[in-house]
Design a protein around this ligand. Structure first.
Ligand code: ATP
Ligand code: MG
Length: 238
């Protein structure tokens, strides 16, 4: 197992946002985490990447207990994150933003940069444009590309489709598939449950800080409770 989250509890002050979440991600998989607003999806990703401390429980990655490892060290061992809300540096060019993702690495990075530009031709066209003037969808591409520049073994994506027009949503999902095909494991948080479940191998459903379901993603597409709560309830739409 590449990533193992074992019974983590996470607090914001006295409020317990994560109440004993366990999940596993195997090398090569796309695993999706779905759930309503406030369920704890972002908090779970931040705890894995080291941006939030855990109160108890354990995070294991690639055979190592990383529960107390600093965030930048987790990047070095192979955890890449594209955060909710993107966090593109507005005054830096697209290329400079991408290079920020490689701050833990040494040596010639031009090949990696070319690979990102190959995945996102739009970024190649706009490589000298200021990040802050890129459109919402383009900034999403910058954020994913920047995470890829750290050469992650697992890529954590927090709502990559948020705020995007349907055509761009489809494009982002296709690119996530391509990233996975090229060998990167993906843990994907999405509100867009239908498309996330179509893309992923396995899925976890989070409700108020707890995992209430885990199954092959295709099974959840047919699960009446999941359909009612997260897929608009319609049957036979896929
Ligand atoms: N910095 C914070 N301080 C206090 N409470 C927080 C903080 N961040 C998150 N929370 C609370 O923790 C819970 C989980 O939040 P989280 O952001 O993980 O949810 P989410 O599943 O990502 O939701 P969304 O789909 O809206 O992004 C929520 O009740 C939220 O209000
Ligand atoms: Mg969130």
């Amino acid at each position: 197992m590449l990533l193992e989250v074992d019974d983590i509890h996470v607090h914001y002050g006295k409020i317990e946002a994560i109440k004993g979440v366990s999940l596993q991600v195997d090398a090569g998989e796309i695993v999706t985490l779905i759930g309503a607003n406030g369920a704890g999806k972002t908090t779970t990703l931040k705890t894995i990447s080291g941006l939030r401390p855990l109160t108890s429980g354990r995070v294991r990655f690639d055979g190592q207990d990383i529960s107390r490892l600093a965030g930048h060290r987790r990047v070095m061992v192979g955890i890449g994150q594209s955060p909710e809300g993107r966090g593109v540096f507005p005054g830096m060019t697209v290329t400079e933003n991408l290079m920020m993702g490689a701050y833990t690495r040494k040596g010639d990075l031009s090949k990696d940069l070319d690979e990102v530009f190959e995945l996102f031709p739009r970024l190649a066209e706009r490589r000298n444009q200021a990040g802050g003037t890129m459109s919402g969808g383009e900034q999403q591409m910058v954020a994913i590309g920047r995470a890829l520049m750290s050469k992650p073994k697992v890529l954590l994506l927090d709502e990559p489709s948020m705020g995007l027009a349907p055509m761009l949503v489809a494009q982002i999902f296709t690119i996530i598939k391509e990233i996975n095909n090229r060998g990167t494991t993906v843990l994907l948080v999405e509100q867009n449950a239908q498309q996330a479940l179509q893309l992923a191998h396995r899925a976890y459903v989070l409700e108020t800080g707890r995992v209430v379901k885990s199954a092959p993603a295709a099974d959840l597409l047919d699960d009446p409770q999941v359909r009612a709560a997260y897929l608009g309830g319609e049957l036979g739409a896929h």
